[in-house]
Design a binder for this molecule. Sequence first.
Ligand code: 9MR
Length: 686
Amino acid sequence: MKRLFVIFVLTGSALAADLSENIRINQIGFYLNGPKLAAVIDAVQKEFYVMSTDLVDTLYTGELSEPKLWPHSEEMVSIADFTNFKDIGVFRIMVPETGYSYPFDIAHNVFQRPAGSALKGYYYQRMSIELEEQYAGKWKRKMGHPDDKVYVHESAATELRPKDTIISCPRGWYDAGDYNKYIVNSGISTYQLLAAWEQFPEYCDRFAINIPESGNSVPDILDEALWNIRWMLTMQDPNDGGVYHKCTCTNFQGFVMPHQATARRYVVQKSTTATFDFCAVMAQASRILKNYSDTFPGLADSCLNAAIRAWQWGNSYPDSIYSQSRMNEKFNPDVSTGEYGDRNPGDEYDWAAIELYITTKTGAFLNNVDVLTTSSTSVPSWPNVATLGLYSLACHIDDLTEAVDTEALRRRLVNWAQQLRLDVENSAYHIVMGKSTNDFGWGSNAVAANQAMGLLVAFQLSADSTFLWDAIHNMDYLLGRNAVGYCFLTGNGSKPPLHIHHRQSGSDGIKDPVPGLLSGGPNPGQQDKSSVTYPSDLPAKSWVDDQGSWASNEICINWNSPFVYAALGIDAYMSKDGGPDVSVSKQDRNKVPSGIRLYPNYPNPFNSSTSIEFEILKSGHVSVTVYNNLGRLVATLHDGFLSPGRYKIYWNGYDFHGIQVTSGIYMLSVQGDGQGKFNQKMLYLR
Ligand code: 9MR
């Protein structure tokens, strides 16, 4: 790119530009070949510049869009679109008379770091284990909550497990800023991590986050999920298959470190929602763990058995609704921690049934699944999980029986995502988030991340890159292009929250909060208004970086999980080779077939000058082919004998009829006689 050197002719003090909070930008960065937008509030000038971080070189000049009102923040927002600027490096945006932005990267793999950071956030939430310095750095801490002596609460008492029976329920993640663990919320959270593995297995294979299990033969994302799954398994009553709603103290404890929070722990009443959520995750975990039976012999079967027993219990007790107030009326002691109460277990039933169907291929599980016969689809959240089942079906769309109308499923999810993104072009911040004012509520940042996940599923099903682009826009919102100007993931970006509502961060004496935790986000309910002052009553500005703000600045495992899915998924689609940058992550763990190595050296999206490089270690017949996302052969790039050596091949984007293929995801497959097969996703944009 030709470098332009522009001299600003400005008047007065604006010449010495200042950092401006009025330029809202993803503070992490942008993909070289992806969309690149910043939002500028109350701009006076029309031009903007992309500049070197020292503001010496002007590298790109653009014009701001006409200002538009964003009703959720009552701001006048102009968009600086520098998508066409394609240089790798670190830059700032400068708007004359406004100032300059925080720095940002343009690179490959830009979301790898926040994805890894958010996944590592779960490690910091682990209970029953000391966090050692080699993994936790300055956030090392003593073990908290061994949970090896947990009392059966009166509400959960049975003949075989009477009140005050002591059981052992170790491991799991702290739910949020509090030290309790809740099955309902563990359901969606664990699912979304497992779903990231199911949809992006090649990426996950090489995605390492330095946890104690790193280096075993299992991807870190599964090792981390297993920390919670092993706890969840202990929450099932072995005598009847029902699942306790939560493992909790009677009250929220104070802001002390985990090992100092030693109040008695209970398991409480079994609930229908918890039992079906548990069932769904165990069914899903079972089919995934089958791939790792050498490392975890028998675990996949145990998960499936647990799922089936939970399914039976849920069907026998469809009305065991968890209502804390009703429980407290009847049983002792009173419990006042998080409720995760939900009067409608129908969607949990549907989700569990779908996961059992996918794992067992038994169509009968789908007999009473309402979500397959209705047309309404919604962004998932902890009390609303039916769409998770649809995502799983989408992930396995090529592998379903005729019990599912796959074309209808595809149409439905794509149409839904189309509705979701309908107003993006009109949105002042150019995001899906805020399509409806209802997007702002408790944990609104998870709404933005869950919308991004839904858009990625639609992209997978349609290869329509607008979905991928809009998923990125919502992530840009979370990373800084928002009405409060914060990068909402702790430890990331130039201006992250420092005072999250998180007991460990509030009591460890370390200035920086535990990293990789997503703040809940703007919440116009402002339930904690009496203890904190909000800067504004507007929906998108109802957020404050104050430890006391549990309603806007807490963190939670079900808010991090869609963030992990979306950041990781976007990185898998947008990165150079469909994988993380190996120089910053752990090496392949024997997943690459022995005879062939595919070198990740082509850009994604790729073009006709892109070379595909691979090495043949053993001579033999080798075929190099390209398939479309329906699994149909598009092109054969090589089919014949090759002796050992390193080869380079080009694909010009034309199929074997000589027709240029449409934009979308393609699968490159290198296969050798007796040497296995290596598949790699490629994104082709015309
Ligand atoms: O995320 C939950 C939100 O939807 C509810 O409105 C809110 C009040 O019931 O509770 C939130 O969940 C909290 C849970 O009950 C306890 N751990 C912290 C969770 C995040 O604030």
